[in-house]
Design a protein around this ligand. Structure first.
Ligand SMILES: NC(=O)c1ccc[n+]([C@@H]2O[C@H](COP(=O)([O-])OP(=O)(O)OC[C@H]3O[C@@H](n4cnc5c(N)ncnc54)[C@H](O)[C@@H]3O)[C@@H](O)[C@H]2O)c1
Ligand SMILES: [Zn+2]
Length: 373
């Protein structure tokens, strides 16, 4: 088992990483949290697979568990479901010391974290992430949110967990398409922060795809360490944390232009990274050899082609609504080489249009664009 710390003063917290960790959770719980009543939040797909084991461990650690299950997928991430969780917490008499535990992917983590941040003005929060995306990204860093009918993640806060518990064994049941979508965020960490990690991924690619435990542990630990470095330098995204949005400007626009029902988040981000790399190369900030290296990493994963008929204007309208935009200027995180990116505040709209058109014109072509089952 590996233990990393996210250094945030008196809100610092440990991330435990390993395989089949449950016997050790009891000890970790006692070291970091009080026993007592807790609210366990999961979803209808994850709980039947991994819930009983966690329940047993929590009970052995002296906790009494109240359980709430959400529907699987993005539909659960709403204020209505948050209210359902508050009701359940109030009825069960959970107090300021009672924890909220999230067992699931980013949806469960974001919603349960939002509830933990707001119930009684904040109660202890524990993340037990079960998707690759949640293990390398969403469970660390403290962004919690619910969706609003007018947009994703519009209602939220920064609220750090007390403990993140990453058990690789849960990934065995994760569908391949979800795994590959999470892998896009893994590549992101290499490109934005670590050339050495890019090399590690290139050298161990097949083992990573095969979910080989040692390689997977290294990958997850590296991503968590890189993310925690950024989060502790800029918890509330007032500066350097913005680089974590590499690939997300166009990625979000693709998700919005397809009404969030075509791409998985990581798939859209991968297409967004591909376009950001091309924008950087065309702007002269990224040397061609570095661009080739990045593109070949993306191709290993298989960038998904846009759906036929995706409306370019809808995509640009979504780009203008990006909540990270600054005025009318297009703000992009662009790579300078593998392991280094920079925020550019005045990217030419014309250049972005060209690169977007090139991506959209690949529609339906399976060249480097494949959709995993
Ligand atoms: N807070 C952050 O910093 C942050 C960062 C990135 C993404 N997010 C949010 O995360 C969400 C996406 O998260 P996600 O990709 O984990 O999606 P998700 O939570 O919807 O999980 C994906 C699917 O996999 C299933 N699943 C989860 N774990 C499983 C397992 N071990 N075995 C079998 N099935 C399993 C789920 O039931 C769901 O159907 C979005 O709402 C996004 O906004 C948040
Ligand atoms: Zn993301």
């Amino acid at each position: 088992m590996r233990v990393l710390w996210v250094p945030l003063g008196n809100r610092s917290y440990p991330i435990y990483i390993g395989s089949n960790l449950s016997p050790e959770l009891g000890k970790a719980w006692r070291e970091n949290l009080p026993p007592g009543r807790l609210l366990l939040v999961s979803d209808e797909q994850v709980f039947p697979l991994h819930g009983e084991k966690l329940l047993l461990t929590l009970k052995e650690a002296g906790c009494q568990v109240v359980r709430e299950l959400l529907p699987s997928g993005e539909t659960g991430k709403t204020l209505q479901y948050a209210e359902q969780l508050y009701t359940s917490a109030i009825r069960a008499g959970l107090d300021r010391h009672s924890a909220v535990v999230a067992l699931g992917g980013g949806v469960v983590g974001d919603l349960a974290g939002f509830v933990a941040a707001t119930y009684l003005r904040g109660v202890p929060f524990v993340q037990v992430p079960t998707t690759l995306l949640a293990q390398v990204d969403s469970s660390v860093g403290g962004k919690v949110a619910v969706n609003h009918p007018l947009g994703k993640n519009l209602i939220g806060s920064f609220y750090q967990p007390r403990l993140v518990w990453i058990d690789l064994a849960v990934l065995e049941t994760l569908p391949a398409r979800e795994y590959l979508a999470g892998a896009a965020e893994v590549i992101k960490y290499g490109i934005i922060l670590s050339e050495q990690f890019c090399t590690f991924l290139e050298d161990n690619w097949q083992l990573f795809l095969d979910r080989e435990p040692e390689v997977l542990t290294e990958v997850i630990a590296t991503c968590c360490a890189l993310k925690s470095r950024i989060v502790s330098a800029d918890e509330r995204e007032e500066g350097v944390r913005a680089i974590l949005n590499f690939g997300h400007t166009l990625g979000h626009a693709l998700e919005a232009a397809t009404d969030f029902n075509f791409y998985l988040h990581g798939e859209a981000v991968l297409a967004g990274m591909l376009m950001a790399t091309k924008i950087a190369e065309a702007s002269g900030v990224l040397p061609p050899t570095e661009a080739q290296r990045q593109l070949s990493l993306y191709r290993r994963l298989g960038v998904l082609a846009a759906p036929p008929g995706l409306d370019e204007e809808k995509l640009f309208a979504a780009l203008r609504q990006d909540k990270k935009r600054q005025g009318e200027r297009l703000v992009f995180v662009l790579p300078r080489r593998c392991g280094e990116v920079e925020l550019f505040r005045d990217v030419s709209l014309e250049l972005v249009r060209q690169v977007v058109r090139e991506y959209l014109s690949q529609e339906g072509k399976p060249v480097c664009y494949t959709k995993a089952e």
